[in-house]
Design a protein around this ligand. Sequence first.
Ligand code: DQA
Length: 194
Amino acid sequence: MAIFSLSLLPARGAPFPGARHPAAPAAIILLEPAEGRATAPVMIKRPLIAVLNGPNLNMLGMRQPEVYGRATLDDVEQICIQAAERLDVAIDFRQTNGEGELVSWVQECRNRAQGIVINPAAYGHTSIALLDALLAVELPVIEVHISNIHRREDFRHHTYCSRAAAGVICGLGVRGYAMALQAMTDMILDENDR
Ligand code: DQA
C-alpha cells in the first residue's frame, strides 16, 4: 500500500473579484508518495461554495436587532469560515447592496463554484433577474433567511429564489448559514459519489 504525505498549499489563480478576502479561497492538497517515487502529485481541490448576501445585510447587528439579532456580517462570515474549516470546503463570502452585482456574482459561479448559499435579502422577494441567474448557472442552491419570513409581512412570504433552491432555511438566525454549508457539502459529495 502506498504511503502518502500531505501538504497544504494556497490555491493559485485569479481571486474572485469582489471577494471580501481577495486571497485565494481554495486550498490544494498535494498527495506525494512519502518515499519519493516519481509518481506525479495528485491535486485535490476543496469544493468551493459561494456564500452570497444581498442588500442591507451589511447592517446586521445594528439593523432591527429584535428581528435579525445582534450578530454582525463579520460574525456571520466567521461562522461560515469555521463551518467551512470543519467541513473541509472553501468559501467565498460576499455582500452587496446592488441587484446587478448580485446577478453578476451568481453568473461568475458557473464553472467556478460547486454550490451557492444565498441570502438574497429583499431581492429574493422582488428579483426575477436573480432567479434567472440562479437557474442559469445550473448549480445546487440553498437559500437562507435569518428571520422567519413566513411569520412576517405577507410580501415576505414569497421568494422568487426558492424556485431555484434545493432547500430554504429560514428563522433559525445566523446559525442557518452553518446549516446551509453543511447541507450543501453533503449535496456536493453525494453528487461526486454518483
Ligand atoms: C432576510 C429577510 C428579508 O425579508 C429581508 O428583506 C432581509 C433579510 C433575512 O435574512 O431574514 O433583508 O433575508
